[in-house]
Structure formats: C-alpha cells, structure tokens
Design a protein around this ligand. Structure first.
Ligand SMILES: O=C(O)CCC(=O)C(=O)O
Length: 274
C-alpha cells in the first residue's frame, strides 16, 4: 500500500498536538473516560467521512437486513481494520495527534494499534447494550482505550455514547458479553447511581476516550440519518497477551495480533507502534 498525500490542512491537523487540559487528564484518571471537544476540524471529517463510508459499505455488504439481526447486530454495521485496507485511513489512525493524546491519557511512552472499527448505527438501529470492552480483550493490563470519533455532530436522538463514569472499578458485570442480558443486568446496577452516567450529545469534531473496563452503552438511532462513527483501540506499546479467559479472547488474539503467544508483546504486523 503506497503512502497517500493528504490535503495540506488535513495533514497539518493530524500532525498537531491536541492540548489536553489538566482537568481533562484528571477526569480520565478518575473516571477512565473523557470527552474532547474540537479534537478534529471540519476539514478532517469532510475528508475522511466518504472514505470510511465507502469501506463500511464494501465490508458490510453481505450483512442481513436490520430486522433479521439480534440485539447486538441491530446496534450497528461494524467494519474492522480499515487502516489495513486504505492508506488514507492508515495515516489518520496512526497519526501523531492520536499518538500524543493516547500516550498522555494512558500515561505510557508509546502506543500501538490494537485494531480499528467503524460503527455505523443505521436509522432505526437499536441500542448498544451496556458492556465493558475488555471482556473481549486478552490483554495483560488496563492501559488500553478506545478513541470514539463521530464523523458529524451526534445529537441525543442519534445514539451518542454514554459512560458510567468511574465504573472501571466495578468487577460485577465484567463477565457479561454484550447483549440483552448485559443491558438488563448492568443497567440495573448503574441505576443505583454510584457511577454517574454521562449522557451528552457530541459536537462537530468532538471525540471521546474510554478505557477497557468502563461500562458504556448507546441509545437507539431514532433519526433518519446514519450515525457514522470511526473508532481506534490503542494500547500501551508494552502490552502483552494474557491467557484468554473466554472464546472471544482467543478469537481476538488470533484476529488482532496473529502469531502472538500468551505472555508475548502484542507486536504483530497488525499492531504498529504509532
Ligand atoms: O458506537 C457505539 O454505539 C458503541 C461503541 C462501543 O461500545 C465502543 O466503542 O466500545
């Protein structure tokens, strides 16, 4: 794959540090989730939105109709590792701006790609049930987080991501795979109110970062437009593979870090250091 010349102003934003405030860093340290306004410029979103939309169309074309999917399937069209398919996406997802913000939030000196995924919640698409991502990940520390990047503003009716702030300390519910059961059981636990739920729309260019054990969900997309989101999952460059504790983790290890054995650094060709 040949490197791509990006438009000058897009490239400039990808190379520029996002100035995290001490309040944002403290918030992430305490709650393990934070929203970052104006992370991307309108130009960056205008450039990448059609690229991501093209790949979601191509990579999910065999997906059955919404009505034929289960609760998780109704949550979104999901397309993985777009950076491997497209050099423009590669430049974006491995950009200095992302590296710097993830290093600062995860408090480590290097980060690697675990994988990326586009999450397109269709008009009429259902809830994203409550869950914690790290249930799926065979990783030996919690220095891993998702950068959730809507490609447009996301008002409440489109299903912005909600977080139970600080819920990474809760071990109850971690063993639940995403689905109706996780929605009911984790939802009931969150209603107790120990972990205030952040439920806010996203402005244009706003992104969020949440670490692997924070419980989160999204409401259905009640608008008549697609909710278009690109995400990247980034981990400490020193992350090692842990013994898989469920079938999802075994499959994840083989898929996202092929050839890496338990105890080894996750440094397969699919896990470049940014
Ligand atoms: O986009 C969504 O609705 C859910 C996203 C999510 O669960 C994640 O990125 O970890």
């Amino acid at each position: 794959m040949k490197p791509t010349e990006l438009p000058t102003r897009v490239r400039a934003t990808l190379d520029m540090r996002y100035p995290l405030s001490s309040e944002q860093k403290a918030r992430f340290r305490a709650y393990r989730c934070v929203k970052l306004p104006h992370f991307w410029t309108p130009e960056v979103l205008e450039y990448f939105e059609p690229v991501v939309t093209h790949w979601v169309g191509k990579l999910t074309e065999s997906m059955p109709d919404l009505s034929q999917r289960d609760t998780y399937g109704k949550a979104f069209r999901q397309a993985f590792n777009l950076w491997v398919h497209d050099s423009r996406v590669k430049e974006w997802m491995l950009s200095p701006r992302i590296r710097m913000v993830m290093e600062e939030l995860l408090e480590c000196t290097g980060v690697r790609m675990y994988h990326d995924q586009a999450l397109y919640k269709e008009p009429g698409g259902g809830i994203t049930p409550w869950h914690a991502d790290q249930y799926y990940w065979p990783l030996d520390s919690d220095r891993v987080a998702t950068l959730w990047m809507p490609l447009h503003a996301v008002p409440t009716e489109m299903g912005p991501l909600n977080f139970a702030q600080g819920s990474h300390v809760l071990t109850e519910g971690r063993q639940l795979e995403i689905g109706e059961d996780s929605e009911a059981r984790i939802g009931a636990r969150m209603r107790i109110g120990d972990f205030p739920v952040l439920q806010e729309p996203y402005g244009l260019g706003e992104v969020s970062v949440h670490s692997g054990w924070v419980f989160h969900r999204a409401s259905p997309n009640q608008s008549d437009e697609m909710r278009k989101v690109m995400t990247g999952i980034y981990m400490d460059a020193q992350m090692r593979a842990s013994e898989p504790v469920n079938a999802h983790q075994s499959a994840d290890l083989a898929q996202w870090a092929p050839g890496v054995a338990v105890g080894e650094l996750l440094n397969s060709p699919l896990n470049p250091q940014l």
